[in-house]
Design a protein around this ligand. Sequence first.
Ligand code: SF4
Length: 290
Amino acid sequence: MKVTVINPHGFCAGVQKALDHAYKAKKEHPAQPIYILGNLVHNERVIGDLVKDGFIILDERKKSLSEWIDTLNKGDIFVFSAHGHDPHLDEKAASKGLVCYDATCPFVKANSTLIKRRITQGGEVIFIGQAGHAETEGTLKIDPSKVFLFEPKKSFDFSQVSAKNPLLVSQTTMGTEEMKDSVSLLKDHFPEIDVAARVCDATDKRQSAICTAPEDIDLYVVMGSKTSNNTMKLLELATAKYPKAVVLRCLDVEDLKTALVKPFKHAALISGASTGLREFEEVKDYLEKL
Ligand code: SF4
């Protein structure tokens, strides 16, 4: 099968940094268990590799991050995930004497800094995001009485915001189109709104690249986990832009082997930001040999 690779692909800088933090912790404390608080990155294969390498994942589906911190003891070493977290957990971990490696992505950190500054100045913040996503949940906890969640295509209670010029910030992995629509709607209600909402570079570049695939493709493979917001946005966009192609998502080559792809002639291949180059090359080789 002919395969057209869509760039960029592989880990984004934020995911690579998060992995570097985890392995740095292991190198600096070889005799101690290293705990990962929540999903370090949104990719089950990467998490599986971390488990194989001896990391202990504290699964946020079983307990909240705060409850997991309660189970750790003075001197224990843990890593915060790339997506950000409730800032009160930093104080909690410090007061327990835990050793923290903070793998929060710089894009997420930059948003938190802006939000905290606005709140300190007495202002309010509207955050465009998805309920339940780690980045959004962590951001809302900065100050639930001052940070209001706006979910695209969902109803929003405008009366809860008292500021004339709230600061507008967004989850870093939103779809660029839904962001534009949301910003425009919010500007109608708050003409003086201070717009600092933007998706991160890795998300923006991948979303722009998705429609650079050749017109004659009959298969579009998007690699990534369904827990990865930027992967799911790529899937949505590929489906909308290439209606004549079959659009599939897979985590890795074993996952792709469960789909019937042999009859296709020309595939485009892209990955979300939490998929590594090794997994990407394995899928590319598999498709090319069909
Ligand atoms: S997708 Fe963007 S926000 Fe998320 S880790 Fe990568 S660079 Fe950071």
